[in-house]
Design a protein around this ligand. Structure first.
Ligand SMILES: Cc1ncc(COP(=O)(O)O)c(C=O)c1O
Length: 477
């Protein structure tokens, strides 16, 4: 039998906080009949968000084409969706059970290119688009492609989404942290990027790419165009590829803010040398189709021979799942005004995004009113990264610790806090140390996906809990 000591040590070392120990405990409590408010993961449909009707209608026809022969079909399905399903079957005659081309079904890749062209007003090449099993697989493909030498490193934001740190660990690459600027709405800071890359080089690391998450997970921040320009210039000056994780591009709530894609800003700058990988997904936005595992990666500024290697890599896994490809198609080519299915689609989309915006405000305002907690109303995405203050127990001086000791001390504190929060209130959030945080600060990440009433309950319970937790530490001092 395989023993733990036989397991790849890189896998043993990898951490993925959003599904860690605290979540396992939450499931245990739920099994004992406790109500748990799951705020640990951006999985909208697990938190009662309804799937868009038109997506499920088209998928049902594609999965069971015999339905089209039923006299009931015309009653059950809007005419444009029946026509759409027939069109898809014509363009993908082998159906959902057959492998597709490795990069994905050609007409869907063209539809993605059209979507980018329309979104950004820039040209897009279907021959640089690959359909992937969610954005995760696209991100991992880039790590596979670019990790070449032992000292190759990736600049990643801190705090980050742990897909990045875990994959770096798995691939034996080097993690190069750059801190996001909490005081400046979690934007990137040029001095910090320079500090980070210089320190990495001093330590013998060869940074090959920089990852940027916009809108941010876990920060909920939306990057300004100027900030994106700065990152592109920085990447060029340092010969880095850019990995632009844009899975939350539809999730922008703050008035006056807009999502700017790296592709569009790069085009505006006339940049033709920096390789850009952009990722999008069906899991977020207003679709929330996490389980369908669909998404795409768009690549810019890559010669044909290198692109050929990426296709080879995809072909080693044959192709991404076909339902995921189809949902990606429906995401980039939704019903249009005048289509029979349009009104329902638009009203469902509006309701989901409106609800998320409202919940972001309830959460951000509620939490920032709690003494000792700091958060803004999230500008986008599905999360708030909340900073909280705790007094130190008697005799503990973090300033006297080594940086390693301090990291461990702070990770133990935020984990203990989140576990206690779960035990006392049923609220399941993720400790900040799972995403990374500035030394000397403590955070947790919470989503604002649960129903509105649960978010209100969360704010109330959080206030009581935090006050009592701090009092308890103080009284022990
Ligand atoms: C920033 C970010 N990138 C990628 C992903 C992975 O998404 P997917 O379901 O498309 O693999 C997530 C999921 O939460 C995410 O937050």
């Amino acid at each position: 039998m395989v023993k733990l000591s036989d397991v790849n040590s890189k896998l043993l070392k990898a951490r993925y906080a959003v599904r860690g120990k605290i979540v396992a405990r939450a499931q245990e409590l739920e099994g004992q009949g406790r109500k748990v408010i799951y705020c640990n993961i951006g999985n909208p449909q697990a938190l009662k968000q309804k799937p868009l009707t038109f997506i499920r209608q088209v998928l049902s026809l594609l999965e069971y084409p015999e339905l089209l022969n039923s006299p009931e079909a015309a009653k059950l399905y809007p005419a444009d969706l029946i026509a759409r399903a027939k069109m898809i079957m014509g363009l993908n005659p082998n159906g959902t059970g057959a492998y597709t081309q490795s990069a994905g079904i050609p007409f869907i890749r063209q539809a993605v290119a059209d979507f980018i062209q329309k979104r950004d007003g820039i040209p897009a090449d279907h021959n640089r688009i690959l359909l992937t099993d969610g954005a995760s697989k696209g991100v991992q493909a880039v790590f596979t492609m670019l990790t070449n030498k032992e000292n190759d490193g990736y600049m990643i934001p801190i705090p980050q989404y742990p897909l990045y740190s875990a994959t770096i660990e798995l691939y034996g690459a080097k993690q190069v942290n750059y801190f996001l600027d909490e005081a400046n709405n979690w934007q990137l800071n040029e001095h910090e990027l320079v500090r980070s890359i210089e320190e990495a080089r001093k330590n013998g690391i060869n940074p090959v790419a920089i990852a940027v998450i916009n809108p941010g997970n876990p920060t909920g921040a939306v990057l300004s165009k100027e900030n994106i320009r700065m990152v592109i210039r920085f990447a060029k000056a340092n010969n880095l590829a850019i990995m632009a994780d844009e899975v939350y591009q539809e999730n922008v709530y703050a008035a006056g803010l807009k999502f700017h894609s790296f592709a569009q800003v790069m085009h505006e700058l006339g940049e033709k040398e920096v390789t850009l990988f952009s990722f999008h997904s069906v899991s977020k936005g207003f679709l929330g189709e996490c389980g369908h595992r669909g998404g795409y990666m768009e690549i810019r500024n890559m010669p044909d021979d290198v692109y050929g290697e990426m296709i080879k890599l995809q072909s080693i896994g044959l192709c991404s799942n076909v339902d995921g490809q189809l949902v990606t198609y429906l995401m980039v080519a939704p019903p249009q005004p005048g289509d029979a299915s349009y009104e329902l689609y638009a009203s469902e989309r509006g309701a989901i995004l409106g609800d998320l915006k409202e919940k972001a405000e309830i959460l951000g305002r509620g939490i920032s009113a709690i003494e000792g907690m700091h958060a803004q109303v999230p500008q986008g995405a599905m999360y708030a990264f909340v900073r909280f203050d705790l007094p130190h127990a008697k005799g503990i001086d973090p300033e006297a610790m080594t940086s390693d000791e301090r990291l461990k001390y702070e990770a133990a504190r935020d984990s203990k806090y989140c576990l206690r929060l779960l035990e006392d209130t049923g609220i399941c959030v993720v400790p900040g140390s799972g995403f990374g945080q500035q030394p000397g600060t403590l955070h947790f990440r919470t989503t604002f996906l649960p129903p509105k009433d649960d978010i209100k309950t969360l704010v109330e319970k959080m206030k009581k809990f935090h006050t009592a937790y701090v009092e308890k530490i103080k009284s022990a001092c």
